[in-house]
Design a protein around this ligand. Structure first.
Ligand code: C2E
Ligand code: MG
Ligand code: MG
Ligand code: MG
Length: 288
Protein backbone atom coordinates (compact mmCIF):
# COMPACT_ATOMS: atom_id res chain seq x y z
CA UNK A 1 0.00 0.00 0.00
CA UNK A 2 2.76 2.40 1.00
CA UNK A 3 4.62 1.52 -2.16
CA UNK A 4 1.59 2.21 -4.28
CA UNK A 5 1.14 5.62 -2.69
CA UNK A 6 4.81 6.35 -3.23
CA UNK A 7 4.61 5.59 -6.92
CA UNK A 8 1.54 7.73 -7.30
CA UNK A 9 3.37 10.68 -5.77
CA UNK A 10 6.38 10.02 -7.96
CA UNK A 11 4.22 10.25 -11.04
CA UNK A 12 2.51 13.47 -9.97
CA UNK A 13 5.80 15.18 -9.27
CA UNK A 14 7.46 13.90 -12.43
CA UNK A 15 4.65 15.23 -14.58
CA UNK A 16 4.79 18.57 -12.85
CA UNK A 17 8.47 19.07 -13.65
CA UNK A 18 9.18 20.38 -17.09
CA UNK A 19 12.93 20.05 -16.93
CA UNK A 20 15.20 18.05 -19.17
CA UNK A 21 16.90 14.94 -17.84
CA UNK A 22 20.32 16.57 -17.65
CA UNK A 23 18.93 19.61 -15.86
CA UNK A 24 17.30 17.32 -13.35
CA UNK A 25 20.48 15.35 -12.77
CA UNK A 26 22.38 18.56 -12.29
CA UNK A 27 19.85 19.87 -9.78
CA UNK A 28 19.83 16.57 -7.91
CA UNK A 29 23.61 16.62 -7.64
CA UNK A 30 23.61 20.21 -6.45
CA UNK A 31 20.94 19.47 -3.83
CA UNK A 32 22.80 16.41 -2.59
CA UNK A 33 25.95 18.48 -2.27
CA UNK A 34 24.13 21.30 -0.51
CA UNK A 35 22.80 18.83 2.05
CA UNK A 36 26.15 17.17 2.65
CA UNK A 37 28.02 20.46 2.88
CA UNK A 38 25.43 21.88 5.30
CA UNK A 39 24.50 24.68 2.91
CA UNK A 40 20.79 24.32 3.51
CA UNK A 41 19.29 26.64 6.11
CA UNK A 42 16.33 26.36 8.41
CA UNK A 43 14.30 29.56 8.77
CA UNK A 44 11.49 30.24 11.20
CA UNK A 45 8.14 32.01 10.93
CA UNK A 46 6.14 32.96 14.04
CA UNK A 47 2.54 31.95 14.68
CA UNK A 48 0.64 34.32 16.95
CA UNK A 49 -2.35 34.26 19.21
CA UNK A 50 -3.90 37.55 18.18
CA UNK A 51 -5.97 37.78 21.38
CA UNK A 52 -2.93 38.96 23.32
CA UNK A 53 -0.23 39.09 20.64
CA UNK A 54 1.70 36.23 22.18
CA UNK A 55 3.88 34.05 19.98
CA UNK A 56 2.75 30.47 20.45
CA UNK A 57 4.72 28.60 17.79
CA UNK A 58 7.33 28.95 15.12
CA UNK A 59 7.25 26.94 11.89
CA UNK A 60 10.58 25.67 10.58
CA UNK A 61 10.94 26.18 6.82
CA UNK A 62 13.91 24.94 4.83
CA UNK A 63 15.87 27.26 2.53
CA UNK A 64 18.35 26.42 -0.21
CA UNK A 65 20.72 29.32 -0.99
CA UNK A 66 21.89 29.14 -4.58
CA UNK A 67 23.24 31.69 -7.11
CA UNK A 68 22.84 34.75 -4.84
CA UNK A 69 19.23 33.78 -4.17
CA UNK A 70 17.11 31.01 -2.72
CA UNK A 71 15.52 28.11 -4.51
CA UNK A 72 11.92 27.95 -3.24
CA UNK A 73 10.97 24.75 -1.38
CA UNK A 74 8.13 24.27 -3.86
CA UNK A 75 10.87 23.66 -6.43
CA UNK A 76 13.18 21.34 -4.54
CA UNK A 77 11.08 19.41 -1.99
CA UNK A 78 9.54 17.44 -4.85
CA UNK A 79 13.01 16.72 -6.23
CA UNK A 80 14.15 15.60 -2.79
CA UNK A 81 11.13 13.31 -2.58
CA UNK A 82 11.73 11.76 -5.97
CA UNK A 83 15.37 11.06 -5.25
CA UNK A 84 14.86 9.86 -1.70
CA UNK A 85 17.04 12.72 -0.45
CA UNK A 86 14.08 13.89 1.62
CA UNK A 87 14.82 11.16 4.18
CA UNK A 88 18.28 12.39 5.30
CA UNK A 89 17.23 15.98 4.58
CA UNK A 90 14.14 15.69 6.75
CA UNK A 91 16.19 14.40 9.66
CA UNK A 92 18.76 17.16 9.14
CA UNK A 93 16.03 19.83 9.12
CA UNK A 94 14.44 18.40 12.25
CA UNK A 95 17.79 18.36 14.05
CA UNK A 96 18.60 21.97 13.11
CA UNK A 97 15.17 23.16 14.18
CA UNK A 98 15.15 21.20 17.44
CA UNK A 99 18.65 22.33 18.38
CA UNK A 100 17.57 25.93 17.83
CA UNK A 101 14.52 25.67 20.06
CA UNK A 102 16.26 26.34 23.40
CA UNK A 103 17.68 29.60 21.95
CA UNK A 104 14.29 30.51 20.50
CA UNK A 105 12.69 29.92 23.88
CA UNK A 106 14.96 32.46 25.58
CA UNK A 107 12.32 35.17 25.44
CA UNK A 108 9.34 32.88 24.98
CA UNK A 109 9.77 29.90 27.32
CA UNK A 110 6.51 28.29 26.21
CA UNK A 111 7.27 28.49 22.48
CA UNK A 112 6.36 25.43 20.41
CA UNK A 113 8.10 24.26 17.25
CA UNK A 114 6.35 23.13 14.06
CA UNK A 115 8.22 20.86 11.68
CA UNK A 116 6.93 19.83 8.25
CA UNK A 117 7.06 16.15 7.40
CA UNK A 118 6.87 14.70 3.91
CA UNK A 119 4.71 11.65 3.27
CA UNK A 120 7.87 9.79 2.26
CA UNK A 121 9.28 10.39 5.73
CA UNK A 122 6.08 9.09 7.27
CA UNK A 123 6.47 5.94 5.20
CA UNK A 124 9.71 5.11 7.01
CA UNK A 125 8.84 2.48 9.63
CA UNK A 126 11.47 3.82 12.04
CA UNK A 127 10.55 7.50 11.68
CA UNK A 128 8.91 7.97 15.08
CA UNK A 129 11.64 6.33 17.18
CA UNK A 130 14.25 8.34 15.24
CA UNK A 131 12.39 11.57 15.90
CA UNK A 132 12.04 10.67 19.58
CA UNK A 133 15.82 10.18 19.83
CA UNK A 134 16.46 13.55 18.17
CA UNK A 135 14.00 15.38 20.37
CA UNK A 136 15.44 13.80 23.52
CA UNK A 137 19.01 14.64 22.44
CA UNK A 138 18.00 18.29 22.19
CA UNK A 139 16.33 18.09 25.61
CA UNK A 140 13.07 19.41 24.18
CA UNK A 141 9.75 18.31 25.73
CA UNK A 142 7.73 16.22 23.27
CA UNK A 143 4.64 18.34 23.84
CA UNK A 144 6.49 21.36 22.41
CA UNK A 145 7.06 19.65 19.08
CA UNK A 146 4.34 19.73 16.43
CA UNK A 147 4.51 17.91 13.11
CA UNK A 148 2.74 19.28 10.06
CA UNK A 149 1.46 16.84 7.47
CA UNK A 150 -0.44 17.70 4.33
CA UNK A 151 -3.98 16.61 3.93
CA UNK A 152 -3.40 14.99 0.53
CA UNK A 153 -1.47 12.34 2.39
CA UNK A 154 -4.70 10.82 3.58
CA UNK A 155 -6.46 10.88 0.23
CA UNK A 156 -6.75 7.15 0.50
CA UNK A 157 -7.28 4.95 3.49
CA UNK A 158 -3.79 3.75 4.35
CA UNK A 159 -3.58 1.80 7.57
CA UNK A 160 0.19 2.04 7.76
CA UNK A 161 0.25 5.84 7.51
CA UNK A 162 -2.62 6.18 9.96
CA UNK A 163 -0.74 3.98 12.39
CA UNK A 164 2.40 6.11 11.96
CA UNK A 165 0.35 9.19 12.75
CA UNK A 166 -1.00 7.51 15.84
CA UNK A 167 2.56 6.66 16.90
CA UNK A 168 3.53 10.32 16.58
CA UNK A 169 0.58 11.31 18.70
CA UNK A 170 1.18 8.57 21.27
CA UNK A 171 4.79 9.77 21.61
CA UNK A 172 3.39 13.08 22.85
CA UNK A 173 3.83 15.14 19.69
CA UNK A 174 1.05 17.32 18.30
CA UNK A 175 -0.14 16.72 14.75
CA UNK A 176 -1.21 19.54 12.43
CA UNK A 177 -3.04 19.01 9.16
CA UNK A 178 -1.31 21.43 6.76
CA UNK A 179 -2.92 23.22 3.80
CA UNK A 180 -6.32 22.17 5.05
CA UNK A 181 -8.98 22.61 2.42
CA UNK A 182 -6.81 22.03 -0.63
CA UNK A 183 -6.45 18.27 -0.44
CA UNK A 184 -8.79 15.48 -1.20
CA UNK A 185 -9.26 13.82 2.15
CA UNK A 186 -12.81 13.04 3.06
CA UNK A 187 -14.14 14.79 6.13
CA UNK A 188 -14.97 11.38 7.51
CA UNK A 189 -11.26 10.70 7.82
CA UNK A 190 -10.90 13.55 10.28
CA UNK A 191 -12.90 11.45 12.71
CA UNK A 192 -10.33 8.69 12.87
CA UNK A 193 -7.05 10.60 12.65
CA UNK A 194 -5.28 11.92 15.76
CA UNK A 195 -5.17 15.55 14.63
CA UNK A 196 -4.87 18.49 17.02
CA UNK A 197 -4.85 21.41 14.63
CA UNK A 198 -6.09 22.35 11.18
CA UNK A 199 -3.96 24.79 9.25
CA UNK A 200 -6.35 26.73 7.08
CA UNK A 201 -4.75 27.13 3.67
CA UNK A 202 -3.89 30.62 2.45
CA UNK A 203 -6.37 30.30 -0.41
CA UNK A 204 -9.12 30.06 2.24
CA UNK A 205 -7.78 33.03 4.17
CA UNK A 206 -7.83 35.02 0.94
CA UNK A 207 -11.56 34.49 0.44
CA UNK A 208 -12.03 36.84 3.42
CA UNK A 209 -10.20 39.64 1.63
CA UNK A 210 -12.73 39.15 -1.17
CA UNK A 211 -15.54 39.54 1.33
CA UNK A 212 -16.72 35.93 1.36
CA UNK A 213 -16.82 34.28 4.77
CA UNK A 214 -18.67 31.08 3.98
CA UNK A 215 -15.74 28.69 3.59
CA UNK A 216 -13.87 29.90 6.65
CA UNK A 217 -17.02 29.79 8.75
CA UNK A 218 -17.65 26.20 7.68
CA UNK A 219 -14.12 25.10 8.55
CA UNK A 220 -14.31 26.80 11.95
CA UNK A 221 -17.56 25.00 12.65
CA UNK A 222 -16.01 21.65 11.74
CA UNK A 223 -12.99 22.35 13.92
CA UNK A 224 -15.21 23.20 16.88
CA UNK A 225 -17.18 20.00 16.51
CA UNK A 226 -13.96 18.02 16.23
CA UNK A 227 -12.32 19.83 19.12
CA UNK A 228 -9.39 20.95 16.98
CA UNK A 229 -7.72 24.34 16.91
CA UNK A 230 -7.31 26.29 13.69
CA UNK A 231 -4.34 28.29 12.46
CA UNK A 232 -5.04 30.64 9.56
CA UNK A 233 -2.12 30.60 7.12
CA UNK A 234 -0.98 33.39 4.85
CA UNK A 235 -2.63 36.28 6.67
CA UNK A 236 -1.43 39.32 4.75
CA UNK A 237 -3.94 42.06 5.40
CA UNK A 238 -5.53 43.86 8.33
CA UNK A 239 -8.94 43.03 6.87
CA UNK A 240 -8.22 39.29 6.85
CA UNK A 241 -7.06 39.46 10.46
CA UNK A 242 -10.13 41.39 11.61
CA UNK A 243 -12.52 39.04 9.80
CA UNK A 244 -10.78 35.97 11.23
CA UNK A 245 -10.98 37.37 14.74
CA UNK A 246 -14.64 38.24 14.34
CA UNK A 247 -15.28 34.64 13.26
CA UNK A 248 -13.44 33.30 16.31
CA UNK A 249 -10.14 32.24 14.70
CA UNK A 250 -7.29 33.71 16.73
CA UNK A 251 -4.18 31.76 15.76
CA UNK A 252 -2.53 33.26 12.70
CA UNK A 253 0.59 33.07 10.58
CA UNK A 254 1.46 35.39 7.75
CA UNK A 255 3.38 38.27 6.30
CA UNK A 256 1.15 40.73 8.19
CA UNK A 257 3.03 39.68 11.32
CA UNK A 258 6.37 38.37 10.04
CA UNK A 259 7.99 36.52 7.17
CA UNK A 260 10.16 33.45 7.73
CA UNK A 261 13.56 34.53 9.10
CA UNK A 262 16.98 32.95 9.67
CA UNK A 263 17.81 32.05 13.26
CA UNK A 264 19.63 35.24 14.35
CA UNK A 265 16.84 37.39 12.93
CA UNK A 266 13.98 35.46 14.49
CA UNK A 267 15.75 35.63 17.83
CA UNK A 268 15.94 39.40 17.51
CA UNK A 269 12.34 39.52 16.39
CA UNK A 270 11.21 37.42 19.35
CA UNK A 271 13.16 39.61 21.75
CA UNK A 272 11.71 42.77 20.21
CA UNK A 273 8.25 41.33 20.20
CA UNK A 274 8.53 40.99 23.97
CA UNK A 275 7.65 38.28 26.44
CA UNK A 276 4.05 37.57 27.45
CA UNK A 277 2.62 40.57 29.21
CA UNK A 278 3.30 40.55 32.93
CA UNK A 279 0.34 41.16 35.23
CA UNK A 280 -0.27 44.89 35.81
CA UNK A 281 1.92 46.39 38.53
CA UNK A 282 0.41 46.61 42.01
CA UNK A 283 -0.91 50.00 42.88
CA UNK A 284 1.42 51.46 45.45
CA UNK A 285 -0.26 53.06 48.40
CA UNK A 286 1.57 56.28 49.23
CA UNK A 287 3.34 56.13 52.62
CA UNK A 288 2.40 58.75 55.10
P1 C2E B 1 3.67 25.20 4.22
O1 C2E B 1 4.12 24.17 5.18
O2 C2E B 1 2.20 25.39 4.06
O3 C2E B 1 4.39 26.54 4.69
C1 C2E B 1 3.83 27.81 4.61
C2 C2E B 1 4.34 28.54 3.39
O4 C2E B 1 3.63 29.77 3.25
C3 C2E B 1 5.81 28.92 3.49
O5 C2E B 1 6.35 28.91 2.16
C4 C2E B 1 5.73 30.37 3.97
O6 C2E B 1 6.88 31.12 3.67
C5 C2E B 1 4.53 30.85 3.21
N1 C2E B 1 3.85 31.98 3.83
C6 C2E B 1 3.69 32.25 5.14
N2 C2E B 1 2.97 33.37 5.34
C7 C2E B 1 2.67 33.83 4.11
C8 C2E B 1 1.93 34.98 3.63
O7 C2E B 1 1.41 35.80 4.39
N3 C2E B 1 1.83 35.12 2.27
C9 C2E B 1 2.40 34.23 1.41
N4 C2E B 1 2.26 34.45 0.11
N5 C2E B 1 3.09 33.14 1.82
C10 C2E B 1 3.21 32.95 3.15
P2 C2E B 1 7.72 28.20 1.82
O8 C2E B 1 8.70 28.40 2.93
O9 C2E B 1 8.09 28.64 0.45
O10 C2E B 1 7.36 26.66 1.80
C11 C2E B 1 6.46 26.13 0.87
C12 C2E B 1 6.11 24.71 1.20
O11 C2E B 1 7.26 23.87 1.08
C13 C2E B 1 5.62 24.54 2.63
O12 C2E B 1 4.27 24.92 2.76
C14 C2E B 1 5.87 23.06 2.82
O13 C2E B 1 4.84 22.30 2.25
C15 C2E B 1 7.16 22.86 2.04
N6 C2E B 1 8.29 22.91 2.98
C16 C2E B 1 8.97 24.00 3.45
N7 C2E B 1 9.93 23.64 4.33
C17 C2E B 1 9.83 22.28 4.44
C18 C2E B 1 10.55 21.30 5.22
O14 C2E B 1 11.43 21.60 6.02
N8 C2E B 1 10.17 19.98 5.05
C19 C2E B 1 9.16 19.63 4.19
N9 C2E B 1 8.85 18.31 4.07
N10 C2E B 1 8.47 20.53 3.47
C20 C2E B 1 8.80 21.83 3.59
MG1 MG C 1 3.65 23.73 7.04
MG1 MG D 1 1.03 25.30 5.73
MG1 MG E 1 0.65 25.87 2.63
Amino acid sequence: EAKRLGRRHYRIYSDAMHHSVSERLHAEQALRQALHEQQLEVWFQPILDTRDGSVVMVEALVRWPRDQGYVPPSDFIALAEETGLIIPMGIWIARQALCALPALREHWPELNLNINLSVLQLMQPDLVPRLCTLVDECAVPHSAVHFELTESLFAEQNEFLINQLRQLSDAGFKVHLDDFGTGYSSLERLLTLPIDTLKLDRSFTQTLELGDERLVKAVLLISQEMDMQVIAEGVETEKEMQRLRALGCHLMQGYLFAKPMPLPEIREWLARHGAPRAPPPMVRIPQR
